[in-house]
Design a protein around this ligand. Structure first.
Ligand code: GDP
Length: 332
């Protein structure tokens, strides 16, 4: 891409042009090395002046009501004059071949709302790849003037940990269920939560949802260390009727005010930027190792020796890295 094409793309994104947004997102999702370089430059250009959006991660098991909740919450926000972007983090789509998230039809109102942008889920990718593209897509969406970015993920894998590390606020959506209320949701996910919301608190479910909320409240007290800035509340709501959603958003705003006052907000973002950088270094190094011809020439032998139990994995790893370094030191 020429410098003037990049300028035009940056201009288009800043003007919230949907075609430019689509192109930029395709660019950050591309795995071609030439596109990677353009994407890195694009993100660098866009980062200046970006960062104003409120980034909220939403996780929950399939069927808990995420898309209904996001459609309703997002519509309420756009009705108040906010511009809302929704992105999905769904590495499972690379395994199942079909995505459970990010399908536009799951959010019928937001996907036709001119003040909203629902990013279709990337078709495939590893967790690392999806994490990278999601972070970059977030920068693109913020630069386009979205002031709320909702990042959705299924709470079944490692993806919620990745999402928690790229948002300001991490919301775990639950539903009242029979038996053990903590079933199906890992303790580790609860520890990441800035708020638990028991959804589907409507009709016959209302009492069960309240009871579940009490159980979660008790569980949280045992799990989470006391944070002077914020102790995660447990709320009930109904994405279907909209009951309780304003209270949910009020808490998210309250969290922002509290952390801004304490300095925790900036510190959190600074730490995230630092981890983002190092995760890029790790990913790129691994990619270089995989592509490297000198490494390629020893890999088969080393792997065979490890498979046969003749070479220990730690020593094998140094052989592979030595091949990379030898070549690097003899290079131009
Ligand atoms: P997701 O898989 O987490 O995105 O869940 P969906 O939003 O697709 O909802 C799964 C099912 O639960 C659908 O049949 C919804 O109609 C239903 N549902 C979603 N939200 C609510 C709610 O607040 N109350 C009730 N009673 N049902 C809901």
């Amino acid at each position: 891409m020429s410098a003037s094409d990049l300028d035009a793309l940056v201009e288009g994104i800043r003007a919230a042009d949907r075609t430019a947004l689509g192109r930029a997102i395709t660019m950050v999702e591309s795995r071609a090395p030439s596109d990677r370089r353009v994407a890195a430059e694009l993100v660098d250009r866009l980062l200046v002046g970006a960062g104003g959006a409120h980034r909220v991660g939403i996780t929950g098991a399939p069927g808990v009501g995420k898309s209904t909740f996001i459609d309703e919450l997002g519509s309420r926000l756009t009705a108040r004059g906010r511009r809302v972007a929704v992105i999905a983090v769904d590495p499972s789509s690379s395994i199942s071949g079909g995505s459970i998230l990010g399908d536009r039809t799951r959010m019928p109102r937001l996907s036709v709302d001119p003040a909203a942008f629902v990013r279709p889920s990337p078709s495939s990718g590893t967790l690392g790849g999806v994490t990278r593209t999601t972070r970059e897509a977030m920068v693109v969406l913020e630069a386009a003037g979205h002031d709320v970015v909702l990042a959705e993920t299924v709470g079944v894998g490692q993806s919620e940990i990745a999402v928690a590390d790229m948002v300001d606020f991490f919301l775990v959506l639950l539903q009242p269920g029979a038996g053990d209320e903590l079933q199906g949701i890992k303790k580790g996910v609860l520890e990441l939560a800035d708020m638990l919301v028991v959804n589907k608190a409507d009709g016959d479910n209302t009492a069960a949802a309240r009871a579940a909320a009490r159980d979660y409240q008790a569980a949280l007290r045992l799990l989470t260390p006391v944070d002077p800035d914020w102790s995660p509340p447990v709320l009930t709501c109904s994405g279907l009727t909209g009951d309780g959603l304003d209270a949910v958003w009020d808490q998210i705003e309250l969290h922002r005010r509290r952390l801004t006052e304490s300095g925790g907000w900036d510190r959190h973002r600074r730490d995230q930027r630092m981890r983002w950088m190092w995760s890029m270094v790790e990913a790129e190094l691994l990619e270089r190792v995989r592509r490297d011809p000198a490494v390629g020439s020893v890999t088969a032998d080393v792997e065979a020796a490890v498979a046969a139990g003749e070479l220990s994995p730690p020593l094998a790893a140094t052989r592979i890295l030595d091949a990379l370094e030898d070549q690097g030191s003899s290079g131009p």
